[in-house]
Design a protein around this ligand. Structure first.
Ligand code: ADP
Ligand code: MG
Length: 561
């Protein structure tokens, strides 16, 4: 094969693969451009999840008539001019490749006008081919339209998910940017439906509109300084921890980023306060010297590299811990757990059938004899014995595991039993949530949930799984968590993991809690089911359900050995 230089259009299409892989990343680039242009009002309109049309309009400074053709040219930018600028980028964009990339994989049209221009100008780009710039009436600002995305790169178009899944991603992307720019008003519409509408406000109010008004009293202020780095924002109380990390927002110098190490530092501050599988709610803003953070490391600019990672970790973990302490939220015990293995359910069944083989097993498996007394301690732990010592069982964790397995088994065979509510529960919802329930009706039916939009901003729950009703579980909180999980799954609901997460959540909510007193029969019933399931030494969240104090350890402690 001969080596040849690729044509520009192909070069841009290749770049587009990294920068703009779906409607959400296009919206992100266009909204960032609007913010860089000083816009205070940004509106976004989608048709069919953005695959047919994405329109972003702003009231920013606009592009001068004679520069409009440059805006769609690769490597053309007004934001940096020399190498030194790259070391301390203050704008959101700087590579000058977004518009060129978008233009190479769609029909792109930009209409723009600055306050110095008499009229607006419009340029169209079709699959990388720029047309003449033509005068067009326009107010000051810019409107970018992206039509028939990936029409000339079918392989890429195939990677797009359902309209509602793409819409959800766009909504997430807009929400993330909106959290960093409360002074800007945003409207996001999909077809006729308004999905988001945020008026200009301050950070706290913007976050409340994003996280939902029910979190108002659950957000604690964070304010911390380390050297010349500043951390501020809000974190949620442990009560509003979520099954996914979607309520974690991280911003560095006005840029919305994802960062595993900051997320871990945040989670670390909650150690002992929330279950390992749950995630805190948080919006953190870090301000630091831009020269100490490299923003040019990720094609979509959604990750950055810190010069001093440890300092960032300290800033976040100390800042969040301080906020929790200031509000008297403290983990008192951080016990080391030494979980026991009870063997798998299959092994246990085998043992029940063939008692004689069990003595020959390498590690003897413990059994609780029916005659053994069970004691409930502090309405929280069950204490009993097996051959090897004293067993201490967390009643909630064990019940949760058992319920989870029962639900999972039932769900595999048929749908869950459902019970109609005497009074339907009403839940606040935005357009995106409504779309989410509409597109997942089958799943809801299988879960025994009857749910429908009852207005432009509300949904009603008519029926819930019998299990939850019989355990007096608050329906709205459960539905909120389910919607969070679904929206995080971006439409991939066939994935077993989403179902497992939902059932996990159901089991957790329905299981007996610490503080529930149990009768002797209930205690024994709970323990007798322990052997039925695989993994029953762990609850679905991965916490141990049971610990053993072995006779051997006790003998050592008491000086008998
Ligand atoms: P970058 O943002 O990295 O500079 P883009 O391809 O996104 O690259 O945009 C190219 C240039 O077009 C920008 O540098 C800016 O001058 C201009 N531009 C793009 N969008 C807008 C907008 N909404 N308002 C004003 N100028 C814009
Ligand atoms: Mg840009």
């Amino acid at each position: 094969m001969t080596i040849q230089i690729l044509p520009t259009v192909l070069i841009n299409q290749i770049a587009a693969g990294e920068v703009v892989d779906r409607p959400a990343s296009i919206v992100k680039e266009l909204v960032e451009n609007a913010i860089d242009a000083g816009a205070t009002e940004i509106s976004i309109q989608l048709e069919h999840g953005g695959r047919d049309v994405i329109t972003v309009s702003d009231n920013g400074c606009g592009i001068q008539n004679e520069e409009l053709h440059l805006a769609v040219t690769p490597h053309a930018t007004s934001k940096i001019a020399e190498e030194a600028d790259l070391a301390a980028v203050a704008s959101l964009g700087f590579r000058g490749e977004a518009l060129a990339s978008i233009g190479s994989v769609s029909h792109l049209a930009i209409t723009s006008r600055t306050q110095h221009d008499e009229a607006g100008m419009r340029i169209e780009v079709d699959g990388g081919e720029s047309n003449e710039v033509v005068p067009t009436p326009s107010r000051v600002g810019t409107t970018v339209e992206v039509k028939r995305l990936f029409y000339n790169t079918p392989a890429r178009r195939k990677f797009l998910k359902s309209d509602s899944a793409e819409t959800t991603r766009v909504r997430d992307a807009v929400q993330r940017i909106a959290a960093a720019h409360p002074e800007v008003s945003f409207v996001l519409k999909s077809g006729e439906r308004t999905l988001l509408q945020y008026g200009a406000s301050d950070t706290k109010d913007r976050l409340i509109s994003i996280f939902g008004p029910e979190l108002t009293s659950e957000l604690l202020d964070v304010s911390y300084e380390l050297g010349d780095m500043k951390l501020w924002g809000v974190v949620g109380t442990p009560d509003v921890a979520r099954p996914t990390s979607r309520n974690i927002r991280i911003h560095v110098n006005g840029r919305t980023i994802q960062d595993a190490s900051i997320t871990h530092a945040l989670k670390d501050a909650y150690k002992g306060l929330i279950e390992p599988k749950r995630w805190p709610t948080a919006a953190l803003y870090i301000e630091m010297n831009p020269a100490l953070v490299d923003v040019n490391v990720h094609p979509q600019k959604s990750e950055v590299r810190f010069r001093d990672k440890n300092a960032i970790w300290r800033l976040v973990s100390r800042g969040v811990t301080a906020a929790l302490h200031a509000n008297d939220i403290v983990a008192t015990i951080q016990a080391e757990s030494a979980p026991v293995s009870f063997g798998t359910g299959e092994q246990m069944q085998m043992i029940e059938q063939e008692t004689s083989t069990w003595l020959r097993q390498e590690t003897p498996l413990p059994t609780i004899r029916k005659s053994d007394e069970v004691m409930q301690v502090q309405k929280c732990f069950l204490v009993t014995q097996d051959e090897q010592g004293i067993l201490i069982v967390d009643q909630h964790a064990l019940h949760e595991r058992i319920m989870f397995e029962e639900l999972y088994e039932r769900m595999k065979q048929q749908k869950l039993e459902s019970q109609r509510l005497l009074v339907p529960e009403s839940i606040q919802a935005d357009g995106a949530r409504i779309e989410l329930i509409e597109s997942h009706q089958a799943l809801f039916t299988n879960l025994g949930i009857e749910i429908e939009a009852s207005g432009p901003a509300s949904i009603s729950v008519y029926a819930l799984p019998t299990l939850l009703v019989s355990r007096n579980v608050e329906g709205s909180a459960f539905i909120e968590d389910v919607l969070d999980l679904l929206s995080d799954a971006h439409g991939d609901v066939d994935e077993e993991s989403v179902l497992v997460d939902i059932l996990d959540m159901m089991a957790c909510k329905a299981a007996v809690k610490a503080g529930d007193s149990l009768t002797q029969t209930e205690l024994k019933d709970l323990l007798s089911k322990r052997h039925l399931y695989d993994r029953s030494s762990r609850c679905p969240h991965g916490r141990p359900t049971t610990m053993r104090l072995s006779i051997e350890a006790l003998e050592k402690q008491f000086g008998r050995r």
